[in-house]
Design a protein around this ligand. Structure first.
Ligand SMILES: [Zn+2]
Ligand SMILES: [Zn+2]
Ligand SMILES: [Zn+2]
Length: 200
C-alpha cells in the first residue's frame, strides 16, 4: 500500500539521493530552489492525494535477520514513540525488545570480531560501540572508519567540522585532512564524470 501511494519515499535510493543533494546545497555546489521544488512539489501532491484515498494503515513491521534470544523467533523493527527498535515477532506471547543497532560497516577496532554499531546515550547523543557489547567494551564518540593510521596502525575516527573533513588517530593524534588530499581539479573531474554517466 505504501509503495503504491508513496513511490518516491519507498524507493530505497530516495533518501540518500535527497541527502546528497542537501550536501551539495550546503557546500554551494547546487542552488536550493530547484532542488526543494523538485522534492516538495511531487511530495506535496502525493500526500494530498494519498490523504484522500488511503485508509488509516499500520506501518508494517520490518523483518530482520536478528533472532530473539528468549524464544528463537525472528526480531522485527517497530516504530515507537522514541524511534525505531527491535521487537520479537512473537509478540504478545514474547515481549522481548532490544535497541536497534545500526551497523556502520566497520569492523570493531578493539576486538576485530564484532562490528561497530551506532548507539544513542540516555541524553540522545550518538556514540559508537561494538556489536559484541558487553563482551567487548569498545566505545567512541567519533565515528570510526575502516582506514588505519599511516603512522601507528591504530584505528582512525571522523573528526573536524561535521565530523567528515578530518580523519584522526585517537592513539597517536595523527591527522589526515580529507579536504586537502582531494585537489579541486580531481573533484571537478569526478563531478563531470558523474554528470556524463547521468548519476549527478
Ligand atoms: Zn521472543
Ligand atoms: Zn569489539
Ligand atoms: Zn596513529
Amino acid at each position: 500500500l505504501l509503495v503504491e501511494h508513496f513511490p518516491d519515499i519507498v524507493d530505497v535510493g530516495f533518501t540518500s539521493r535527497m541527502e546528497e543533494e542537501l550536501d551539495e546545497i550546503a557546500s554551494g555546489e547546487r542552488d536550493w530552489v530547484p532542488v526543494l521544488q523538485e522534492f516538495y512539489g511531487p511530495f506535496h501532491q502525493t500526500v494530498e492525494r494519498a490523504a484522500q484515498i488511503m485508509p488509516r494503515v499500520r506501518i508494517a513491521d520490518e523483518p530482520t535477520d536478528e533472532v530473539c534470544e528468549k524464544c528463537g523467533r525472528p526480531m522485527v523493527i517497530k516504530l515507537g514513540r522514541y524511534g525505531r527498535f527491535l521487537a520479537c515477532s512473537g509478540f504478545p506471547e514474547c515481549r522481548n525488545t532490544r535497541p536497534l543497532l545500526e551497523k556502520i560497516g566497520v569492523r570493531c577496532p578493539a576486538c576485530g570480531i564484532g562490528e561497530v554499531v551506532e548507539r544513542r546515550s540516555r541524553k540522545g547523543r550518538t556514540f559508537y560501540g561494538c556489536s559484541r557489547y558487553p563482551e567487548c567494551d569498545f566505545v567512541s564518540w567519533e565515528r570510526p572508519v575502516a582506514e588505519r593510521c599511516p603512522q601507528c596502525g591504530g584505528y582512525m575516527v571522523m573528526s573536524g567540522r561535521r565530523q567528515q573533513s578530518v580523519l584522526r588517530c585517537p592513539a597517536c593524534g595523527h591527522q589526515v585532512n580529507l579536504a586537502e588530499t582531494a585537489a579541486p581539479d580531481s573533484i571537478a573531474a569526478i563531478v563531470a564524470e558523474e554528470e556524463a554517466a547521468g548519476r549527478a
